[in-house]
Design a protein around this ligand. Sequence first.
Ligand code: A3P
Length: 311
Amino acid sequence: LQTLPPVQLAQKYFSLFPSEKDPLWQDPCEDKRHKDIWSKEKTCDRFPKLLIIGPQKTGTTALYLFLGMHPDLTSNYPSKETFEEIQFFNGHNYHRGIDWYMEYFPLPSNTSSDYYFEKSANYFDSEVAAQRAAALLPKAKIITILINPADRAYSWYQVGDQHSESVLSISVPRCTSKTTGALSLHMGNTLTFILFVPPAQLLVLDGQMLKTEPASVMDKVQKFLSLTNIINYHKILAFDPKKGFWCQLLEGGKTKCLGKSKGRRYPDMNTESQAFLREYYRDHNIELSKLLYRMGQPLPSWLREELVHTR
Ligand code: A3P
């Protein structure tokens, strides 16, 4: 029997089966053949059981902070390039393999039932993340946050405004041009995750409520995660009037809030832009409401309001 050295063998293999060049990592513990050839040192307990998939600008960093305050939940280690986000399932990091991904989580201790989570806000609008996440983490719970797309557009607009050299007045075309693409994806990719994740594993949060009543939202999240140790977030979060947002309450009554780039202060959107965006997102919002209804998910309060205006 003749064989080639590994690299040449791989080249030969992929020339015969080019479609297999793009890997789809699966949970090694789901398939005995994979588990048998995997190192004995490794464990599938080093994978997250919860993913916060985004989208960006909806409060994902706040949720990440609040979850990290729970004693039974452990977030990933930060990345040098992308800070608190690993961004594994959406981009080139995926090709670094599952060992690379696992290194972002602590080695599980034998005694505790570690519950790891990660948030990468651009999983939401990735075309590949849903399928990849479902293949590797078929039992993981998924949280997505939805806010009014008009507010999301305005939040993006504010980022552009801070970074652009010329000071532009808030005009409707500028407000929308930056976000049209993102928002049409916004719809399509909600569906993608729905296709791959069983409904009971998916929680849709109202981003407006996360902003105004985070402790109640955290009650809901803890229930969804089936945690036995329920923490009262009403006692560990406090509204910081200076920041204008809810923050972590520290000993001595001080608060620890998110950084300057999260929860920025800017003027309310002008009525002309509001009206334009309401009309612009009208059909999207109607579709979203139908989708949530089919999924058995409650409609966020902002969506109910928008639907009232479309009548
Ligand atoms: P703005 O900065 O436009 O106000 P993300 O972390 O997903 O990018 O979301 C950022 C948004 O989270 C902020 O948008 C802010 O509105 C919202 N947010 C919700 N709760 C927050 C909190 N407790 N602290 C800071 N920002 C919060």
